[in-house]
Ligand binder design. Sequence first.
Ligand SMILES: Cc1cc2nc3c(=O)[nH]c(=O)nc-3n(C[C@H](O)[C@H](O)[C@H](O)COP(=O)(O)OP(=O)(O)OC[C@H]3O[C@@H](n4cnc5c(N)ncnc54)[C@H](O)[C@@H]3O)c2cc1C
Length: 420
Amino acid sequence: MQHRHAKGGTLVLGGGFAGSYVARLLGKDGCTIVSRENFMLYTPSLPEAASGTLEPRHVVVPLRMMCPHADLVLGEITEVDESSRQVSVDTEAGGVQLEYENLVVALGAVARTLPIPGLAEYALGFKDLADAIALRNHVLRQLEAADSVVDPAVARRHLTFVFVGAGYAGVEALAELADLVRDALRYYPRLRGVEQRWVLVDAAAKILPEIPTRLGDYAARQLEKRGVDVRVGTTLDSVEEHAATLSDGERIETDTLVWTAGVRATPIVGHFGLPLDEKGRVKVSPTLCVEERENVWSLGDCARVPNEATPGQFDPPTCQHALRQARRLAKNLRGDPKPYRYRMLGQVATLGRHKGIADVLGLRFRGFPGWFITRTYHLYQLPLITRKLRVVTDWTVGLFFRRDIAELSMLGHTGRPGDD
Ligand SMILES: Cc1cc2nc3c(=O)[nH]c(=O)nc-3n(C[C@H](O)[C@H](O)[C@H](O)COP(=O)(O)OP(=O)(O)OC[C@H]3O[C@@H](n4cnc5c(N)ncnc54)[C@H](O)[C@@H]3O)c2cc1C
């Protein structure tokens, strides 16, 4: 077992949005980040990576480039021992014990699943880059399958796509993938005339609950105009290999059910002995210090963060909040901790086909201006100028050339001789 001391005494668990920004903002003070991957995933661009508008590599930012003053330990965090101030990590080179003075827990969230029959077996997730590539491949495979069958009912089933969860992830992924299918179908002359069906299901009374009502209604109208069947106030009852049944009793023949109905704190956080709320999130004080602790801090999707600007409410699980919390925490770790306070400046979402919605400083934009503002905002937020340039290049190429419809199913290949 290897023993190491965290750089600058600060150990950051998780190289996602929150953890990577804390490390970046600590700058030359340095820290050690423990992460499964050597990159930070810019999740708002994941739907575009799935649809092929963006090259998947361009929606991730290498941690060593983003946080040049931090040490990186790649591996799986298995244990936190507060009495000896050590964290155990499984790495490719074996077990490592990392000692800290300050610990930052930023382990994010996992998909929240429910005990719905068939969900675990047949639903597809949409949480990380592997999910995005798998979903893209699956959708392209459905076109191939539809093209090769004789029975029109089976072809229709392959071209039926059901998304459960109408938050950012579900709405943007559906809109982007519907664009991919529309563009790809020009190469499938046999499928002309075969009906496609896109269904968006949510238990809530409206889609995009985070967005002001008028913009949310506009988004729903836009999707409906394109033929998306928006089912609000509806839940998923069961999933089978070739069908999904909704709470209104309809059984939809489909081979694609995408589950994006919410997240819950990463379960391992519950094994660290830290105070948790009823949703399994780490309870922190307004300074982002874990309650009843002095040297353990938490933020992002795995934490229950009170916000001075919205008394009595806790922050929702979004990048915008994770980033603002990271700014406060980096300052607090340097000394003289102050309470976290952030008033949201706006919300943005794309709806595919050069349409979007944006609510910025109380001004509301929709259609093309909404889409343009959404893209500009994400470009501004994406760290590193080299990443921004790659994304702009992808978008520019997308304006002039047809979308790439190559399937990348060989990504699970091990690369070992004989593995084919
Ligand atoms: C598809 C999708 C689209 C989204 N779109 C938007 C959007 O448009 N706008 C918006 O504001 N928010 C959006 N979000 C939400 C946003 O991504 C999260 O709120 C944000 O990523 C939270 O940051 P975090 O650091 O807390 O968690 P994460 O970014 O999830 O990072 C947690 C990290 O911890 C790592 N980890 C967990 N367990 C371990 C372990 N045992 N060992 C080592 N590492 C571990 C994970 O691998 C991950 O890298 C979206 C989310 C998804 C999934």
